[in-house]
Ligand binder design. Sequence first.
Ligand code: PMV
Length: 317
Amino acid sequence: MQQWLAEAPANIALIKYMGKKNKDKKIPANPSLSYTLNHLRSYVSLEFSSDKHDTWELLELPGLDNNFSLSASEQQRFLGHLAFLKEQFSYRGGLVVRSVNNFPHSTGLASSASSFAALTKCALLALSELTDTPELSIEDQAKLSRHGSGSSCRSFFSPWALWDGEKVSAIDIPYDNLIHEVIIISHAPKVVSSSKAHELVETSPLYLSRIENATHNLHALLEAFRANKWADAYSICWREFQEMHALFSTSQQPFGYMTPDTHQILDRLHEEWKQTGDGPIVTMDAGPNIHLLYRSDQAEQARLFKQDVLIGNFDVL
Ligand code: PMV
């Protein structure tokens, strides 16, 4: 039986995508910049189905989590994107889609970027072969992936991706080998999904200045990276995730993801920066977990922070 297989990495945004300018076309309100997490990956396979309907199953790969599963609504969203891609090729046959991540399930880590990018890659590979159509460019694949999950379009480029409006591309930044860690503050599923967050933030009074602020943060961050001003990059990224979380807490139905543990670790990181004048870039997505990015020459600092503060208290990926 013919089978197609593809994989894609996750990414972490330093300048956040939050809010949509055009909901149908999935155009973001502001530009975003991300670092690709090549160690956190999703795998997707496709196979013909005897049935006309598409179905989801676990993809069993050696060494990967056999307990991985998608909830009914997650399966529906995944299959909805497959249906959208099939429509682009006027393909009507049924397919079995299987998927798995190489990072443990229930880590509280959203995997929509890696899983939708892998699904898009796999489906486009299969559909171009099945309909005898030339393969799409990476840019065009990323554009289609955006319809499944906005942030997935950045997972097509590495190590850095810039997404602005309809355009997403790789961008040259003189830090291409960062050490990434994520501190798992909570394993619990999110109370408010990022799709819902995109809608709710529009009701915040801070949303009016958000596009301008994010664009300003982006330019300041690119300038800091290019001038090797790591401490400035840290301050801009800190401000940026705090601004996104302030949108959450000031929306008409306020919501938030930070827990007392999140605040405790953020305070500790900030204190270390104040004392030593150096440290990791810190950022957070729409969730309670904390992402750290260290330069490769900070490996020892990363090891010590993990050993002294994190091990025994939190899972670290
Ligand atoms: O791709 P979505 O719709 O799950 O939105 C992702 C939103 C954030 O993760 C909070 C920020 C980002 O730019 O990745």
